[in-house]
Design a protein around this ligand. Sequence first.
Ligand SMILES: [Zn+2]
Ligand SMILES: [Zn+2]
Length: 144
Amino acid sequence: MTSPHHHAGGSPARKLSPNQSKILGCLREAGEPMSAYAILDRVRKSGIAHPPTVYRALNDLMKRGMVHRLESRSAFIACGHGECDGRFAFAICRACDKVIEIPLGEKEQARLLGLAPAEISPETVTLEIAGLCESCGLAQASPA
Ligand SMILES: [Zn+2]
Ligand SMILES: [Zn+2]
């Protein structure tokens, strides 16, 4: 039987394993979405040599809400708020890959989950909005 860890709201996270903190540090430093292989490349010099190690640490960090996955590009990004409860959407610039995390209210998330048909009991929702950021929009509007 697996017992999910209960998070007391807002309490500081339990200690990260060395691998988890290396990978979280790498993503925070990058500040942009990275594929698991790009992460592996970056942390290789600190002793993490195998993809399963990276995936395991990423999964744990995602469960803690400290890392999120961008489904549309199979990439990972550090939570924009340090840590969150999984209620968020992303806005992504399609030109420069800038990502902004948008917190979703309880009602908003409930409405999205409520779109699921009766035969699927909804658990999570992934929402990614693509567009152009301000500077890419300007760059495209004014040809050099
Ligand atoms: Zn977050
Ligand atoms: Zn952009």
